[in-house]
Write a protein that binds this ligand. Structure first.
Ligand code: C2E
Ligand code: MG
Ligand code: MG
Length: 670
């Protein structure tokens, strides 16, 4: 509160009026004395008296002036003293206010000497960093700053001391007396002190640890996988982008990516449940971590896909060595909540060359290499090379061209007869898709069917093959003798069980073409049960209810759990070519075929042996009482016209008919 100063009395004017009253009295006395002297002493005395009076007056005047001046000086000094008093009081007030502000401020405040020693600290700062004021005063500022943040802090302080900056602000880490990290936002400004040449610094330090922890938490969640705690795709791609930029600047800097996909992980989830699946993924993440150096980054892209980034100055073979180490580590089973689980991984390696400008391209090609590793039999690694690059480019082109071919209805069908080995007469035909590329020539189904599956064109392929086959077979039934005895087998792709409309598609085609469901068989592979399990079983029952028969194709190459066989409405097992092929001259290597035949008999199923190429094989199969056979020896896939001609001839044991299509299926069926 400011107290108004008390009114000061006007002392100089009072004094002066007294002086003037005295002077007037003096002059009157002199005047009376003169009058009395003139009466008694005459004129000369009068003159002397007048002179005396004049001298007196002059002396009086100068005296009055001096009095006035001195009075003024007295007044001035009293005013000055008053003002000084006021200012001192205000200063004391403000210092008092500053002291309590400093002392009780909710944020840390400190005065720091130019050489970085704490000079004064407040309570809040002591609370923030855990030191007492005395401990602070014996320390240097750098002793409480986090080592990694020190250089930046010192640079800013230097700017302040040298006058390059008036103030500065920063967020950085400090070390609490107990050793933990304290995040603080600090601002500092220079405060000149009369007694020192270099300015002192006033720091304001605010504890922001809670905010930082929350921010870090959010940041972590946005860049890490919740299950394994590993970096996620976004983080991996950003690190890969940075590594790539480094490699562009420094030719000796290498960047490699390992793309890891677990083999058959889905079965773990499906058979042991998601809880075990999740725990296995965590165990796998740990084991992958053991295969790398600390600077390498491992990320989980999602599902069962992981990636590793290897960057720095190293020999490029290093990535392959990491892959080998991973394979080695995976040879040990994982122990997950009482389950012993063997897992393996297919790994694609990409060593980035100058050709790569983006992380996405690197990821794509590493993924392609992984795909090759899978195709080559899983549990192995493949390095992306020029061949894969060309294939990848070709695949891209084929995809476009296949789309166009389907739009133009260019996919053709060939029919490979299936023979009754007892009568040596055809009992059915298998429809096989054919595509002749305008420039690349015949493309094997083994190439374009997987492509159609990947790109979602497989339903189109089925529509076209089945529609065409139904129409052409109806012609065969009408024009060829005993044509209507032949059942038509159409291949279904496993992926088609994922779609909701498979059944309605089949029904529509039958309605459209007027083909009888009872004359149709659909071939499926065992992988359908592995991939879709109950869903597949349900769909297959519905197909069977439509009057369509079901055959298991390539039997023996899939999952070893055969329990599904009894649950399915299937009628035929087609023994894969790989079991028929080894049957040699003396009928050796027939044991697997014999076993499959016994199994089929017990389940009441018919057996077709696929890929019969030699007479020895036919003979052995007949000896084993295998009912049916299919293979180049009996007939290669034929055009519809070729099939009619075959039936027209009515041969019982046909030897390479005239109109087979000479597409190089032998070499492509791998
Ligand atoms: P698949 O269903 O097992 O068909 C039999 C394959 O074996 C055919 O190959 C056939 O030409 C070949 N083959 C038959 N006899 C012999 C033989 O004695 N020796 C040899 N080496 N091969 C023989 P293709 O036509 O190349 O078809 C390959 C595979 O492509 C088929 O195997 C089938 O899985 C798939 N495929 C063909 N057409 C279609 C289709 O329209 N839809 C679907 N989803 N898949 C199809
Ligand atoms: Mg087939
Ligand atoms: Mg087959």
């Amino acid at each position: 509160m400011i107290i108004p100063p008390a009114p000061v009395p006007n002392r100089p004017s009072l004094l002066m009026s007294n002086v003037w009253a005295l002077s007037l009295a003096g002059a009157s006395i002199i005047f009376l004395m003169i009058v009395a002297a003139v009466d008694r002493s005459g004129f000369y005395v009068l003159i002397s008296a007048l002179i005396m009076a004049g001298v007196f007056l002059i002396a009086h005047r100068s005296y009055v002036k001096r009095m006035e001046a001195s009075q003024k000086a007295v007044n001035e000094s009293s005013r000055y003293a008053h003002a000084l008093e006021e200012r001192t009081a205000a200063l004391r007030d403000s210092e008092q206010r500053f002291r309590s502000a400093f002392k009780y401020a909710p944020i840390g405040i400190a005065l720091v000497s130019p050489d970085g020693r704490w000079v004064k600290v407040n309570k809040a700062l002591c609370d923030i960093l855990g030191y007492t004021p005395e401990e602070f005063l014996s320390m240097h500022v750098s002793q409480v700053i986090f080592p990694d943040d020190l250089a930046q802090a010192l640079a800013s302080v230097d700017d302040l001391i040298t006058g390059r900056a008036v103030n500065c602000q920063m967020e950085q880490r400090y070390i609490h007396k107990s050793g933990w990290t304290v995040w603080a936002s600090w601002s500092a400004s220079a405060a000149s002190e009369a007694w020192s040449e270099a300015p002192h610094l006033i720091f304001q330090i605010q504890d922001i640890t809670d905010r930082k922890v929350a921010e870090e938490q959010l940041q972590h969640e946005a860049t890490h996988d919740a299950l394994t705690g590993l970096p996620n795709r976004a983080y991996f791609v950003s690190r890969l982008t940075k590594a790539l930029a480094k490699a562009k600047r420094d030719p000796k800097y290498s960047v490699s990516v390992l793309f890891i996909d677990l083999d058959r992980f889905k079965y773990v989830n499906d058979s042991l449940g998601h809880f075990i699946g999740d725990n296995l993924l965590m165990a796998i993440a740990d084991r992958l971590g053991e295969c790398m150096r600390p600077p390498d980054i491992i990320a989980r892209l999602g599902g069962d896909e992981f990636t590793i980034l290897v960057e720095g100055r190293y020999y490029t073979e290093k990535a392959s060595r990491i892959a080998e180490r991973i394979q080695e580590k995976f040879s040990e089973p994982f122990q997950v909540h009482g389950h012993e689980i063997y897992s393996s991984a297919s790994i694609g390696i990409l060593v980035a060359s100058d050709r790569y400008d983006s992380a996405e391209d690197i990821m794509r090609d590493a993924d392609t290499a992984m795909y090759y590793a899978k195709r080559a039999g899983r549990a192995r690694h493949e390095t992306f090379d020029e061949y894969m690059h060309l294939r990848a480019k070709e695949t891209l082109r084929l995809e476009t061209d296949l789309r166009r071919a389907l739009e133009r209805n260019e996919v053709q069908v060939r029919y490979q007869p299936i023979y009754d080995l007892r009568t040596m007469k055809p009992t059915g035909v298998e429809a096989l898709a054919r595509w002749t590329h305008p420039e690349l020539g015949d493309i094997s189904p083994s190439r374009f069917i997987p492509l159609a599956e990947e790109t979602g064109l497989i339903d189109e392929v089925l529509d076209q093959v089945m529609r065409r086959a139904c129409l052409e077979m109806r012609e065969v039934y009408v024009h060829a003798p005993n044509g209507d005895q032949l059942k038509l087998s159409v291949n279904l792709s496993c992926r088609q069980f994922a779609g909701a409309d498979l059944l309605s598609r089949i029904r529509n085609i039958l309605d459209e073409t007027g083909y009888a469901a009872s004359q149709l068989k659909l071939e499926i592979t065992e992988s359908v049960f592995i991939e879709y399990q109950e869903r597949a079983i349900e769909m297959l029952h519905k197909i069977r209810e439509m009057g369509i028969e079901l055959d298991i194709d390539d039997f023996g190459t899939g999952y070893s759990n055969l329990s599904y066989l009894v649950r399915l409405p299937i009628s035929t097992l087609k023994i894969d070519r790989s079991f028929v092929c080894p049957i040699n001259d003396d009928g050796a290597n027939i044991e697997i075929v014999r076993t499959i035949l016994a199994l089929a008999r017990n389940l009441g199923l018919t057996v077709v042996a696929e890929g019969i190429e030699t007479e020895e094989q036919v003979r052995s199969l007949i000896d084993l009482d295998c009912e049916r056979g299919q293979g180049f020896l009996l007939s290669k896939p034929l055009t519809a016209a070729g099939l009619k001609e075959l039936l027209d001839r009515g041969e019982e044991t046909p030897l390479l008919p005239m109109h087979y299509d000479d597409i190089s299926t032998v070499s492509t069926l791998q």
